[in-house]
Design a protein around this ligand. Sequence first.
Ligand code: 5GP
Length: 189
Amino acid sequence: MKELEDRIRRDGIIGEGGVLKVDSFLNHQMDVGLFRAMSREWARLFTGEGVSKILTIEASGIGIACVAALEFGVPVVFAKKSRTKNIAGDVYRTEVPSFTHGGVSDVVVSKRFLLPGDRLLLIDDFLANGAALEGLLTLAGQAGAAVAGVGVAIEKAFQPGGARIRAMGVRVEALARVKSMSPGRIEFC
Ligand code: 5GP
């Protein structure tokens, strides 16, 4: 999506360790007009897929997923990164290693909000090694929900996540696919 690629070129900052900082428009300050354009693109790509719910993961996917949910006219659920191992309640649970912070988060979602009849669209800001989305796929599997596909804003295509998720037979629609990046230079697929 040209609008997103142009914005990354203009405002993205390439940091240490293969991290692309987009916090001026995507995951700290948020340009919701851009989110709306992105969401319209996903709505076009997933037309006729019968998406019943959007599932994302805390925290930086939530803003984008909310705008997408408005566009699709469906509820949005976010998987919570839980600090307590033994919280009360009936939850689906998995572990997700963090790309940006290191460590592993326990990730939970209430069984009340993911149902066997659901057809989910998974949304996140980045796809890097694929751990976050694999965690969401695990939660969807535990619920017996179907997955219509994945929408990510930015796929770092030089990392293995995209290939891993697609090899699982899941449709992945990334709106900007970064082929390579180094300070001052970014190339899209
Ligand atoms: P993965 O689990 O695919 O390795 O990483 C996905 C998660 O890590 C995303 O939810 C995102 O928050 C974070 N992430 C991965 N790569 C980047 C990056 O280059 N920049 C930023 N800002 N976040 C990233």
